[in-house]
Design a protein around this ligand. Structure first.
Ligand SMILES: *Cc1c(COP(=O)(O)O)cnc(C)c1O
Length: 495
């Protein structure tokens, strides 16, 4: 069955998977969604012993129907290789009655690697399939994690270049060091004298600059985006839910077709939407539990039906979830509005102009698969400490938000189903917050002393991604003003 993609703001549009991947965002501002969600169409017992790559092919081939078997398998082989420090790719760890799905074994030790290690290959394959001769220039603004994961994914990929802007002084020291030590002739990293919003706005302006587009095209380049609304990032994330279920089955933790609940630490709503797609494909998931930090827009939304971003932005110890506009939620809104593009567009316009919209009661009823809750900073910290003291297992701050919400769910709502907690970052990425949660006496240690201390108390080897940057040379030393971004791009591309 051929799956096409339409826009959440123009349901009449039809593009192929490879065209949707190339474009990222639809011209009408909407997000691409599949015309229907394909069924998994295989008995779960049949896949329980399959490898990550095999399941990746099974899932992605159903969505990316204009890719040949050879093309897709080649993308998968290039993505899920020794960049990951475990052959399992996404190991499952049982601790305190929860099943932690560790998605942080890739190049940058955060879950963004799961999709960003394959996106460059999907993108270059899509370019070939559509006779795009230009080199693809990826332009990204990052608040920390995405930038490095995108750099690592695109570094050395033929036919691509990547330019990352980050707020100088606005990312953690480890995150900055990860980026400025990035190797690869096709990579370029620039700190801007401004905050993340300014970086992001600057990038959007460059994307919409028609003169620049023409100049790029004359030199054989075109822009593309690696951001999380690209369908080429969303679909690869469906894979690990199917894989986790297969693992639970293989380990005899569940019976075939037994329903499980999943708990996802959520920011932009991409990860949990992938879980929802897995459920729609027929994977036996009961509740999709959406865990937020103190930026609890989604918790309020699931409770009241009103999405309202007009509130104070809280800087938390789980910065990758410090988000007030969850872009991928638009795909869910479109679906529960009965695939009504006009209605969805109205909501999104209202969000743009008033910062808020309220869904109808019927739409709210369609959200019964979801449950939202949140963890305060104090609860997050205590969750890390308690789990460590009880079991010795150390989790990062984002995962701790999910573990805390998981605890609330099993104590207050329902404890009859197995709970899969999605673990989105290695504790080594947020070492200071993690160690301070366990004991404040470590606070005077330097960043890398903390890394060694964490390795000692958690009894886990320091990940390669951290070892590599300990003594790595700084390669990127570029700083610019916000209004110089365009010139920086042009000089990097020699135009
Ligand atoms: C990006 C990120 C999240 C949030 O994921 P979304 O798909 O944006 O909801 C959670 N944890 C970590 C560590 C992340 O990097």
């Amino acid at each position: 069955m051929e799956i096409m993609y339409k826009s959440t703001r123009n349901a009449d549009l039809r593009v192929s998977a490879s065209q949707a991947i190339l474009k990222g965002l639809s011209d009408d501002g909407g997000l691409f969604v599949p015309t229907e969600i394909p069924a998994l169409d295989v008995s779960l017992n049949e896949i329980k012993d399959k490898s990550y790559k095999e399941i990746a092919y099974l899932v992605m081939s159903k969505f990316f129907t204009d890719f040949t078997e050879e093309e897709l398998k080649s993308c998968i082989e290039k993505a899920y290789d020794s960049k990951f420090d475990t052959e399992e790719i996404a190991p499952l760890v049982k601790s305190d009655g929860m099943y932690f799905l560790e998605l942080f074994h890739g190049a940058t030790i955060a879950f963004k690697d799961m999709a960003l290690s394959i996106l460059p290959h999907l993108l270059t394959t899509s370019a070939k399939k559509n006779n795009v001769k230009n080199d693809i220039v990826i332009l990204t603004a990052t608040s920390g994690d995405t930038g490095k994961a995108a750099l690592a994914g695109f570094a050395g990929v033929e036919g691509t270049k990547i330019i990352v802007f980050y707020p100088k002084g606005g990312v953690s020291p480890i995150q900055e060091k990860q980026m400025v030590t990035q190797k690869g002739d096709n990579t370029f990293v620039v700190g801007i004298k401004g905050n993340f919003d300014q970086a992001q706005t600057g990038v959007k302006i460059l994307f919409n600059d028609k003169d620049l587009e023409k100049e790029l095209s004359d030199k054989g380049y075109q822009f593309s985006s690696a951001n999380s609304i690209n369908i080429g990032r969303l679909i690869p994330q469906v894979v690990y839910y199917v894989y986790a279920y297969a693992k639970l089955l293989a380990n005899n933790e569940i019976e075939e077709n037994e329903e499980i609940n999943v708990v996802v630490p959520t920011g932009n709503f991409g990860n949990i939407l992938a879980a929802y797609y897995a459920k729609c494909m027929g994977l036996p998931i009961s509740k999709l539990i959406c865990a937020s930090n103190e930026n609890k827009v989604l918790f309020d939304f699931f409770k009241t039906g009103e999405y309202n971003k007009n509130r104070e932005f809280v800087l938390t110890t789980s910065p990758s979830m410090d988000i007030l506009v969850s872009s991928n939620l638009e795909r869910l809104i479109f679906k529960i509005a009965g695939n009504d593009d006009k209605k969805n567009a109205e909501y999104m316009n209202s969000l743009n102009t008033n910062g808020t919209y309220t869904i109808t009661d019927d739409m709210k009823a369609a959200l019964e698969d979801f449950y939202g809750n949140y963890a305060t900073e104090e609860e997050t910290s205590k969750t890390i400490k308690d789990l460590y003291e009880k079991t010795g297992y150390v989790i990062d701050t984002h995962t701790a938000v999910a573990a805390n919400v998981c605890d609330k769910y099993r104590n207050e709502v329902d404890n009859s189903k197995k709970l899969l907690v999605v673990s989105t970052a290695s504790p080594f990425k947020f070492t200071r917050s993690v160690l301070n949660s366990i004991d404040t006496k470590y606070d005077n240690l330097s960043d890398f002393e903390m890394v060694d201390k964490l390795s000692e108390i958690a009894n886990v080897k320091v990940p390669n991604a951290i070892e590599e940057i300990r003594n790595a040379d700084i390669i990127h030393n570029n700083i610019c003003e916000v209004d110089e971004m365009k010139n920086v791009v042009k000089s990097f591309l020699n135009i």
